[in-house]
Structure formats: structure tokens, C-alpha cells
Design a protein around this ligand. Structure first.
Ligand SMILES: [Mn+2]
Length: 328
């Protein structure tokens, strides 16, 4: 499915001031899309503000070296946002993901636009440009820039490359298409430097994160003949290693490096009575169905639950549910 960008190109040509926003707890696709789109619009002489509901997470701070992303009620006020002619939401079409920005988007008096690749959406009262088959919003922003006739600079190409690289798990997810690589090729041609981006993304972690990873590996348990692998992190592990809760990101994927593993589960003790449960499937087994039983959600292959109870009961209940579903 190819998006017809002409209506948006026309809208952009007709207006002078733009606000860009995206989802809270932003990832590289969110921020990378915002930063590249801001520069594309500025290349056309437009005025652009980027305003998010919360700050760019520290671990992807490299993507915004000039600190262009402003935070609502901290570095940008609602009045300044409402004064713009057009508000563009990228990489989400869900009210709940906008966090504190949702209210500002709802009350925005000008034209609203959504550019996104997520399946399903709320009605944001916006002109919507969506390709659910796109591996990242970043690819859509590149296409829009090209449709507008803007020369893609390396300062645009770098955040867009990071956007696509991270949303595809460095080009290995099933969402990757020929189009993905063609877009990446143009971005590298425009000056994106893949080794530098890889290093900034994956080779700048803290020693504490590595120590936490050791704990996570130490705690791995195989069940149902190795088809179910699970592990956990306790508050004590965080204290001992000095790691933070964001340091558990990606850890679950190590479990699926083992032959024969079908379902992987990571339990994170956030407090005495809150346990975060992450579930991953690499077969037809539907982990969303398991997550839904405990009030969670997500996708068939990747879901999560915020379990209201101690780590030990979360482990017992969730693992029991998976065991009986896997080997009835
Ligand atoms: Mn995305």
C-alpha cells in the first residue's frame, strides 16, 4: 500500500507554522520521525516546534543532540502549541499514548494530521496518512520529504535510519520489506552512518546493565521440555547491580536464542505488589491471549502485563497458565 502524499504536500505548502508530537516514552521511531520531519519542514521555510508529553528517554538521547524535543508544561506551554496552524502526530494514533499531550491535541484549533504505521487507531479528528505494512514511521517521513522535493541531509537521514533500524530490530523482524532496504539505501546515500548509529544504540550501556544481564541469565528456568523459558529480576537485583528498570529492555530476547524455545517470559519486580510481566512467542502460540487473562495486552508474539501482586504469585499464575496452554 503506497500513501498518496499529495494532499499533505498541499496542506504543508499552504501553512507556515507546525507543531510535531508523538507518543510518551518515545522510541527512536517517534523522535527520529519528529526530528527529520521538523528539518524537512524547515527546509521549506516553515516554523516548527516539537512538543512531547515527556522527555526523550536518556538511552536514546544521542538522537537529539541539539535538544530540539520540548516537553509540555516544562519547556513549551499549551498556548504556544495552539498558536500553530498545523499539528502533526507521528508514530501513534492512540489518545492514551499521547499522555499529557492528548488534552492539547484534543483542543488544538487548527488542522490535525496523523502519520503512522500502527494497526488500529482512535479517531484523532485528523487527516490520516497510515501504512500498516510499513516497518517504521521513519520510512513514511522519508517518502513525505521526497514527495515535497526536499533534499535529504545527513542530519535528517541519521534519525530516520535509527528509526527504521530500531523498529525492525536492526532489520530482522517480519515487517522488513524490500522497501525498507531501498529506503535505508537512500538514507545511507544521504549520509547516515550505520556503524556509528549501531554503536550509539547498542554499545553505550552502563556496566550496571551488564551486571543486571548476568542476574537475568542466572535466573533462567526451562519448563515444558524447554519450550517455555522464563527468568526474573528482583528489587534486590536492581539494588545490588545499581541498574535501573529500563535496563531490563531487550533482555527477554536472549531467551529466544535457545533452540526449541517457544515462549519466553520475563518477570520484573517493580515493587512488593507490582510485577511487570513480558511475554514473547516465536511460534503460533498466542501470548496476547495469556496476557489478556491477567488484564494485559499487546500482540500475538509480544505482550505484557502489569500484575498487581508479588513476584512469586505472578510467576506461579502466569507460568501455570502458559504450561497448561502449551501442554494441555
Ligand atoms: Mn514505530
Amino acid at each position: 500500500m503506497d500513501i498518496d502524499w499529495q494532499p499533505l504536500c498541499e496542506l504543508i505548502r499552504q501553512h507556515e507554522s507546525f507543531v510535531l508530537t508523538s507518543h510518551c516514552r518515545a522510541d527512536c521511531d517517534a523522535v527520529g520521525s519528529e526530528l527529520a520531519l521538523a528539518q524537512i519542514l524547515e527546509a521549506l521555510g516553515k516554523k516548527v516546534i516539537i512538543a512531547n508529553g515527556d522527555a526523550v528517554p536518556e538511552h536514546i538521547g544521542f538522537i537529539d543532540p541539539d535538544g530540539r524535543v520540548r516537553v509540555l508544561h516544562e519547556s513549551v506551554q499549551p498556548a504556544e502549541i495552539s498558536a500553530a496552524a498545523v499539528l502533526i502526530v507521528v508514530d501513534t494514533s492512540a489518545w492514551v499514548q499521547l499522555g499529557p499531550m492528548a488534552e492539547v491535541v484534543r483542543g488544538f484549533p487548527g488542522q490535525r494530521v496523523v502519520i503512522d504505521h500502527h494497526v488500529g487507531q482512535d479517531d484523532l479528528g485528523a487527516l490520516t496518512f497510515k501504512d500498516e505494512t510499513a516497518s517504521a514511521t521513519g520510512r513514511l517521513i522519508l517518502e513525505l520529504g521526497e514527495a515535497l522535493g526536499v533534499t535529504i541531509t545527513s542530519a535528517m537521514a541519521t534519525p530516520l535510519f535509527a528509526a527504521i533500524a530500531t523498529d525492525t530490530g536492526w532489520f530482522r523482524f517480519s515487517s522488513v520489506q524490500e522497501k525498507t532496504f531501498l529506503a535505508l539505501s537512500r538514507l545511507v546515500g544521504a549520509g547516515a552512518d550505520p556503524p556509528a548509529i549501531f554503536s550509539a544504540l547498542y554499545e553505550q550501556h552502563s556496566l550496571a546493565r551488564l551486571y543486571l544481564r548476568a542476574r537475568i541469565l542466572e535466573h533462567v528456568v526451562a519448563d515444558v521440555g524447554g519450550r517455555l523459558l522464563s527468568t526474573y529480576v528482583t528489587q534486590q537485583d536492581f539494588r545490588d547491580t545499581g541498574a535501573q528498570s529500563t535496563d531490563t529492555e531487550d533482555a527477554i530476547n536472549i531467551l529466544h536464542t535457545v533452540a526449541g524455545s517457544e515462549v519466553a517470559v520475563l518477570f520484573v519486580e517493580l515493587s512488593e505488589n507490582v510485577t511487570k510481566v513480558s511475554l514473547r512467542s516465536r511460534t503460533d502460540f498466542d501470548v496476547r491471549e495469556i496476557a489478556a487473562r491477567f488484564g494485559g495486552g499487546g500482540h500475538r508474539a509480544a505482550s505484557g502485563v502489569s500484575y498487581a501482586g508479588p513476584l512469586s504469585s505472578a510467576q506461579q499464575e502466569v507460568l501455570d497458565a502458559i504450561r497448561s496452554a502449551l501442554a494441555p
